[in-house]
Design a protein around this ligand. Structure first.
Ligand SMILES: [Zn+2]
Length: 231
């Protein structure tokens, strides 16, 4: 593990040679946990269900069993630095470690019971090529290693390379996310309970867009797991 994990804590930058966790004990203890694993109607769920206008337009997310995030993401909290390192600074092992930790903690709430397959939100091939890895795949791998649930990387694909979301406003963002995902051979996923995994849910647009594409999978149940929910 020492070969894989950096020797300084990614949250506080303190040196932590020779210990098992990725974070120092203090930061590990202080991770901003949401406690949403057994909490229904939590803010991650209500964010995904979306504004009333979506429901009126018939765009309500279907088949959503439950949703939860492991951590709250606050600007100015050390978690912001951690997630930035995970996504942009070539430290995807942070995702793997936190995915594992979330799975260990969420198992006590039976959160992953009856789930057949894990699908991480895909990146567009162009973005994947630039970054070299998909952080959500690493999170999914951490969950899979704890729960034994297999990962599927083939059926859901990203069909449009959406511009970086931080630069956009709400309406534009919504337009850009429309039809950004596709499901290949949906019949192979019929009647499965799928865990969809993302790194960070902010407005929920990306996840909603993916779940809308997944509506063509007949008889499916969907549970959503996000590593972080922005507050
Ligand atoms: Zn620390």
């Amino acid at each position: 593990m020492n070969l894989l994990y950096p020797r300084t804590c990614p949250a506080c930058a303190r040196y932590i040679g020779g210990q098992q966790n990725l974070f120092c004990d203090r930061c590990m203890h202080r991770l901003p946990r949401t406690e949403q694993a057994h909490m229904r109607q939590n803010v991650t769920e209500t964010t995904l269900i979306g504004p009333v206008s979506d429901i009126v337009a018939g765009a309500k997310v279907m088949h959503l069993e439950k949703a939860a995030a492991f951590l709250f993401y606050d600007k100015d909290h050390p978690i912001q630095r951690v997630i930035h390192k995970m996504k942009y600074a070539d430290q995807p092992m942070i995702g793997y470690f936190l995915g594992r930790q979330a799975a260990i903690e969420f198992q006590y709430a039976d959160f992953f019971d009856e789930i057949d397959v894990i699908i991480p939100i895909p990146l567009h091939p162009k973005r994947l090529n630039e970054r070299g890895y998909n952080q959500s795949e690493y999170i999914a791998k951490g969950i899979s290693d704890v729960t034994g649930i297999p990962i599927d990387l083939t059926h859901v694909t990203r069909t449009r390379n959406t511009p970086k979301q931080a630069l956009q406003r709400g309406e534009e963002r919504r337009e850009n996310m429309a039809e950004a995902f596709a499901v290949n051979h949906p019949e192979q996923l019929y009647h499965k309970h799928i865990l969809v995994v993302d790194d960070l849910i902010t407005t929920g647009e990306t996840m909603r867009s993916c779940l809308k594409a997944m509506k063509i999978i007949r008889g499916t149940k969907i549970t959503v797991f996000a590593l972080c929910k922005a507050r």
